[in-house]
Ligand binder design. Structure first.
Ligand SMILES: Cc1cc2nc3c(=O)[nH]c(=O)nc-3n(C[C@H](O)[C@H](O)[C@H](O)COP(=O)(O)OP(=O)(O)OC[C@H]3O[C@@H](n4cnc5c(N)ncnc54)[C@H](O)[C@@H]3O)c2cc1C
Length: 387
């Protein structure tokens, strides 16, 4: 049931909400409790074609824009679900779409679009380099007609449930180029043959159900056509994809925040203590109203960033600001909701504590609040860099 360019946002919202109704809180609680990958949900979403929203129709995708993709993820989160299980299938292919050769696009995109190949893994972060991506230590050394890759990635989410991985590695030392970002290259790695041989994936236990892992590369040989774009220019390529990622995750946060505001509002209307609904007390009512206001303001920035992205305008600053505002709004709404539900917020069956844990991630990943403040302070406002 592939959908296409003519879908209106309202149609998309309704159809995703209908799908989510088949995956209620009990489903997500069970995945969370058992640290299970929500394969049924991911498959159902894949079948709608919405995970291929950003792949052009000529490659078998839905040919929708980023705003539409935002509506999909926001709706999932507003319904209490978690798009993080598969959101990378939407945007990780952007590096390939924008910078891959025609042959690479013809080879990979149709299969990614129809879901027969999962591109869910994006390997950038490493244990020792932290946020300073220029210091990654994974290397890809030219060897014959290909490369040999060695190193370790951390927090590579969904790698166990992905056939392919977009990987950032060094093809030249950090001090060899004119900028520290020179010498980084992007590869599309086929994990299917490599895992268990030269690639080892180790799950990391975390406070949320996120299927995140460490990935070790031990003399992994890849063909030359695994390289996307030009050697040494990979940093610029992944930045493009990161804008889409930040905006889409901003949309997920808006969905979370609306979920918390809705749940808190309903509860505050119904729960009676001292002979009246708790929401009649301004001490309970005002934080809910405040969370609503902050959410709707952040949603405008997410929309603005998505519109710029869709118009192929520069949107780095807006994508970052959208992610920051939306993640702060969802975190504030989560805390407000915990407080509104009192003790019941801590009971797993209410879903509030699960969503509270899940939405907290986005103040840290895919880029932390401080790094966004630094980007805005230096790149947008022109103040000196601290590092
Ligand atoms: C569940 C989960 C899933 C993830 N999935 C992926 C994935 O799929 N692929 C991937 O590549 N990565 C992934 N990440 C990694 C994530 O993007 C990083 O954790 C995040 O960017 C922060 O990097 P770090 O953990 O190395 O923190 P660090 O860089 O060690 O920073 C620690 C803290 O110090 C602050 N800090 C550091 N330097 C400065 C400075 N100069 N000024 C001010 N503050 C500073 C940071 O803001 C942060 O708060 C994931 C992380 C998590 C937790």
């Amino acid at each position: 049931m592939f959908r296409g360019v003519n879908d209106s946002f309202e149609q998309i919202r309704e159809s995703v909400a209908r799908l989510c109704a088949d995956f209620p809180g009990e489903y997500w609680q069970a995945q969370d409790r058992d640290a299970r990958y929500p394969a049924e949900f991911v498959q159902a979403l894949m079948d709608t074609g919405y995970l291929a929203a950003l792949i052009p129709e000529e490659y078998g995708g839905s040919g929708l824009d980023l705003k539409a993709a935002c509506v999909v993820l926001e709706t999932i989160h507003a319904a209490g679900g978690n798009g993080a299980a598969c959101h990378a299938q939407m945007y990780t292919m952007g590096t390939l779409l924008r910078h891959g050769s025609n042959a690479q696009k013809q080879r990979w995109l149709p299969a990614i679009a129809d879901g027969s190949l999962r591109l869910q893994a994006f390997g950038v972060t490493e244990p020792t380099s932290g946020t300073d991506t220029t210091r990654i230590a994974t290397t890809a050394v030219p060897d014959g007609d290909g490369y040999v890759i060695n190193g370790q990635k951390i927090w590579t989410s969904r790698a166990q449930y992905s056939d392919l991985m977009v990987l950032l590695a060094r093809t030249a030392p950090r001090d060899a180029g004119s900028k520290p970002t020179d010498g980084l290259s992007v590869f599309l790695i086929d994990l299917r043959e490599a895992v268990g041989k030269s690639v080892t994936i180790t799950p990391i236990e975390t406070m949320i159900n996120h299927a995140t892992t460490s990935v070790f590369f031990d003399n992994l040989r890849v063909d030359a056509d695994s390289l996307i774009g030009d050697e040494g220019k990979g940093f610029r390529y992944i930045l493009d994809g990161m804008n889409a990622e930040r905006i889409l995750i901003g949309a997920e946060c808006i969905g979370d925040a609306r979920y918390f505001v809705t749940r808190a509002t309903e509860y505050a209307r119904e729960r009676e203590v001292f002979g009246r609904p708790i929401g009649q007390n301004q001490g309970v009512q005002f934080p809910i109203a405040d969370a609503h206001i902050r959410t709707e303001a952040a949603a405008l920035m997410v929309e603005k960033a998505a519109a710029l992205f869709d118009a192929h305008e520069p949107c780095g600053a807006e994508a970052n600001m959208a992610k920051l505002l939306a993640s702060e709004a969802s975190w504030a709404a989560a805390d407000m909701c915990m407080q509104t539900f009192g003790g019941f917020a801590f009971a797993a069956e209410y879903d509030i504590e699960r969503k509270f844990r899940e939405t907290r991630l986005y103040r840290t990943a895919p880029v932390s609040t401080n790094l966004i403040l630094s980007h805005v302070g230096t790149h947008v406002l022109g103040m000196p860099k601290s590092f």
